[in-house]
Design a protein around this ligand. Sequence first.
Ligand code: UDP
Ligand code: MG
Length: 316
Amino acid sequence: MKQISVIVPVYNEELSIETFFNAFLKFTETLVKTEYTASVLFVDDGSKDKTAAILNKLIKENVNCKALVFSRNFGKEAALFAGLEHAVGDLMIPMDVDLQDPFELIFEMIKAHETGADVVLARRANRGTDTVVKRFSAQWFYRLNNKMSTLKLEENVGDFRLMTRQVVNEIVSLQENQLFMKGLMSWVGFETVVVDYTRPSRKEGKTKFNYIKLWNLAVQGITSFSTLPLKVWTYFGSVIAFISFLYGLKIIIEKLFFGINASGYASLMVAILFFGGVQLIGIGVLGEYLGRTYLESKRRPRYIIKHKLIKKVNNV
Ligand code: UDP
Ligand code: MG
């Protein structure tokens, strides 16, 4: 028998957990005649609502359900990492608790795995359930990232994917604590296959990602895998220095041979403001990288587990 570990980060999801778990139970019933079994590992990412209590109840009644409870909210990336580190299955599948990642697709994923894939990515064929802003920003993120970074990310693929134990072992052996899981999960490589699906909308509750969080995730993604934003300033600066040199020559020649007084308050002002702005952007980009290097250098743990929830057999 092969075991499938479904890994589910949850943050304030009291409305979704039970619906999700019922869908999971239905899924396990369909596995009965196959050579697979499934269990679910929830990672409670510091929820402040009844999430932990609901998990406690579920786990008391089900052996195939476990949970890690964080000491506070560490973010979905850390929760996913923790799940991958602690899950014991032969195949691992991270899923969202809101049923936006359909269980039915797992059969297709398994089929692809059986024909040799170590990683099976679930690609959403539609983004109809996302807002217009989210759709465009996602599209731009992938475009920008894939131009700048040597690591190419498959477009419209989230964290929902199947990975073998070997792949997960490589991912969790990576040392960084500033995490961009989508990047890390594809960085390790291996035989990868894509399956398409239509992404339904969130069943219960609200999205936990606002635009600020999404922006930070996008910056984390780009800085994690590309140093181009740091290096581009050398070339940008060189071009501007060259143009400035020619312009300087022109002014000197005009002054020496034609005796034109240096007028031009407007051009002076524009140049000062423009270069001031450009330099601040450059410093800001430096800051993004330096800040991450600083945090990385502290070697703090990625998350803290307050306790683990697991069904006690015969009360031991
Ligand atoms: N999540 C989490 N920690 C957070 C934010 C979200 O563990 O700080 C979980 C959340 O409970 C859900 C999954 O990550 O299971 C995806 O979140 P959501 O559905 O809100 O994201 P969206 O689908 O809107 O991108
Ligand atoms: Mg969702």
